[in-house]
Design a protein around this ligand. Structure first.
Ligand code: AMP
Ligand code: ZN
Length: 461
């Protein structure tokens, strides 16, 4: 089987055929760094992290570019509200973003370019668009003329006529068409100097859409394999990226495959800053929820379907991971490596789930079947455990040892000291003291297991 992906542009699941199999190229719209990432933002990052890992598994080299939007109206407003310089805000939030995504075991992309470092490339594209009659200058702004591009609306399936009535585009008087969007806007009086740039059209800052056209072409050329982002970005952001890139370089195809992740919802409503129904990744980590549990929960629904977030989802995810780690604790991964004939088929089947439009829930289902079929003779358990470990690892899960998972990675010396005291009590035949220590540890959620060799192992309940 080969990888197939649902392509928003063609509205079909298609076999993936890289432009250059020796270097698969993917661009994903990254965060606007004005506030701590919430679970909805994180879903997008986790989804493309799985796709990146899968591509790396299938191809020798993958270039994954995810930008940082560090110039934007929302950033200006937040810095002003906090009374701090823009760079202080964007540096801090970028640090939070990296910290929180690392806690979800997301790999860093190959390149993570900043919008503010690519203003020259944006200006060059805008100049080409003006020259090609796809853009015009009006009242200090440069605007893209949507009716100059015949394929405008193809990705999202919208017609120009509907844009006028249906969209929430501001209809400023200087726009020739209500759907025309900003490529460059003039600076406002009192703007922080770090958000003001020189341009042939005066001091100002770029529109949001142009930055992705500039950074994707800088690192991936004008034609690359996959472009990803959340479903909310399909229109207008991605539609506008296509219009800019294809008009600046006529004949270029921009991205072959457009992938969109579904929304993370709360009671069926999109999680978002503006609705105020958000929980940040950090909120959950601070409550003691493990990053791996959050990641598992995010992957339990297919990437392009809505995922409704609730407490039960987290509880179930924790139980599923506990089960996996408990099984792993009984497995010899090295022995499992020599998989037998029947499991060879299961191996192919597991990969096929991921190649089937990144169907992680289907993979979880297949692994479950493999595990429930094992007769608990050691050798088969090793094989099943090996496959479980291999494919969960491929999607960024089961990265700890069972010991680390159950004990946590904190300071366990106090627990070990009590276990040692209990061993000494047993040696002295002081059974009452040994029992007291066992009970005291159990009350703290620490379960002991005495081994035949006289040592004692422990895990958290
Ligand atoms: P923003 O920082 O708001 O531009 O969003 C960053 C990324 O998170 C974009 O790809 C959005 O599509 C995505 N995103 C925002 N909210 C959600 C949500 N509730 N569910 C899934 N993705 C989201
Ligand atoms: Zn973008």
């Amino acid at each position: 089987m080969t990888l197939s992906l649902y392509n928003t542009l063609t509205r079909k699941k298609e076999p993936f055929s890289p432009i250059d199999p020796a270097d698969v190229r993917m661009y994903v719209c990254g965060p606007t760094v004005y506030d701590r990432p919430h679970l909805g933002n994180a879903r997008s990052v986790v989804v493309y992290d799985v796709l990146y890992r899968l591509l790396k598994h299938l191809y020798p080299n993958v270039t994954y570019v995810r930008n940082i939007t560090d110039v934007d109206d929302k950033i200006n407003a937040a810095a002003k509200a906090n009374g701090e310089p823009i760079s202080a805000l964007t540096n801090r939030v970028e640090g939070w973003f990296h910290e929180d995504m690392a806690a979800l075991n997301c790999l860093l992309p190959t390149k993570e370019p900043h919008a503010t470092a690519h203003i020259a490339q944006m200006i060059s594209i805008i100049e080409k668009l003006i020259k090609n009659n796809n853009a015009y200058v009006a009242q200090g702004h440069v605007l893209f003329a949507v009716d100059s591009y015949k394929d405008y609306g193809k990705l999202s399936g919208r017609k120009l006529e509907d844009l006028i009535a249906g969209s929430r585009v501001d209809v400023e008087s200087y726009k020739k068409h209500p759907g025309d969007f900003v490529l460059w806007k003039p600076a406002d009086a009192g703007d922080d100097a770090s958000s003001v740039f020189d341009s042939p059209w005066g001091k100002g800052r770029p529109g949001w859409h142009i930055e992705c056209s500039a950074m994707s072409s800088t690192y991936l050329t004008d034609h690359f394999d996959i472009h990803g982002g959340g479903a909310d970005l399909m229109f207008p952001h991605h539609e506008n990226e296509i219009a800019q890139s294809c008009c600046a370089t006529p004949g270029s195809k921009f991205a072959n495959v457009w992938v969109h992740n579904g929304f993370l919802t709360i009671n069926g409503e999109k999680m978002s800053k503006s609705l105020g129904n958000f929980t940040t990744v950090k909120d959950l980590l601070d409550k003691g929820v493990k990053g791996e549990v959050i990641r598992y929960a995010m992957l339990s629904t297919k990437y392009n379907e809505p995922l409704d977030w609730n407490e039960k989802l987290l509880e179930d995810s924790k139980k599923a991971l506990d089960y996996c780690y408990r099984l792993l604790s009984k497995v010899d991964l090295m022995r499992g490596k020599q998989i037998n004939e029947s499991l060879m088929q299961s191996d192919v089947q597991c990969l096929a789930c991921l190649e089937n439009d990144i169907n992680v829930p289907q993979l979880f289902g297949s692994l479950n079947v493999i595990i429930s079929n094992i007769t608990f003779r050691n050798i088969e358990l090793d094989h099943a455990g090996f496959l479980l470990h291999k494919y969960m690892n491929l999607v960024g899960l089961l990265n700890l040892t069972p010991n680390q998972w159950f004990k946590g990675e904190g300071d366990d010396s106090a627990i070990q000291a009590q276990i040692n005291a209990r061993i000494e009590a047993k040696k002295a035949k002081n059974w009452a003291e040994a029992d007291r220590i066992r009970k005291s540890l159990a009350d703290q959620g620490i379960l002991l297991e005495d081994k035949p060799d006289g040592t004692t192992d422990w895990r958290r309940a």
